[in-house]
Design a protein. Structure first.
Length: 213
């Protein structure tokens, strides 16, 4: 029996190419492509496909938000991300939202079919590069830093960011370790500087070490 799927994808040439390939195999049937999340949310509950291939970069609501909503409306719905983005924060946001796997668009079509079959069988397929990101994330999890005194006025996440700064992590590495964007890391660090009354990373680290000693 073919696995009935639907695409949530605004790149129509890409979607048509995939549909043509799926038509050549008996493993997957894809009759529907939704160009945006809003239309997909309206129609998918009635159509009830077995699995969705979902892009992240959609016109209004993004694919991660869509997955979070569709798995609530349709419990058990399998959502497999198919996107060009391979940043660690997006990977973990998608998985937390309810995605069962994460593929890059450069994945060959035959491997996408294999991934669909794997997901239907209860697996969590990932493009090898994505799986490596996930492994690296857990391997790089730092030893929790000592908590700064309450009087320092730092929030919990700010203490985590500052602790990683003290361990020599770069901003990008801090974001990957905590599952947040580099922009969010920068925002935390600005607030840390303000609360500790410092102007540089070295001053902040010195102040932090003074607080925990």
């Amino acid at each position: 029996m073919s696995i009935r799927i639907a695409l949530v994808e605004d790149d129509q040439p890409f979607a048509r190419t995939l549909q043509r390939y799926f038509a050549l195999t008996s493993a997957v049937t894809c009759d529907v492509v939704f160009p945006n999340a809003e239309e997909a949310l309206r129609k998918i509950p009635k159509l009830a496909p077995e699995l969705l291939l979902v892009d992240i970069n959609l016109p209004k609501m993004n694919g991660i938000e869509f997955v979070g909503q569709i798995v609530q409306r349709c419990p058990g719905m399998l959502c497999l991300m198919l996107t060009m983005y391979e940043e660690s924060p997006l990977i973990f946001e998608a998985l937390k939202a309810g995605a069962c796997g994460y593929l890059l668009k450069r994945t060959p079509p035959q491997e996408i079919v294999t991934a669909i079959e794997e997901a239907k069988a209860g697996g969590s397929p990932m493009t090898p590069q994505i799986a490596r990101h996930v492994v690296n994330f857990f391997q790089k999890q730092p030893v929790p830093p000592p908590a700064a005194p309450v009087e320092a006025g730092l929030a919990g996440r700010e203490v985590e960011v500052l602790g990683l700064l003290a361990q020599g992590y770069l901003y990008k590495e801090i974001g990957e370790s905590l599952g947040i964007s580099t922009h969010t890391v920068n925002s935390h660090i600005r607030r840390i500087y303000e609360k500790l009354h410092v102007r540089s990373r070295s001053q902040a680290v010195a102040k932090y070490r003074g607080l925990i000693e």
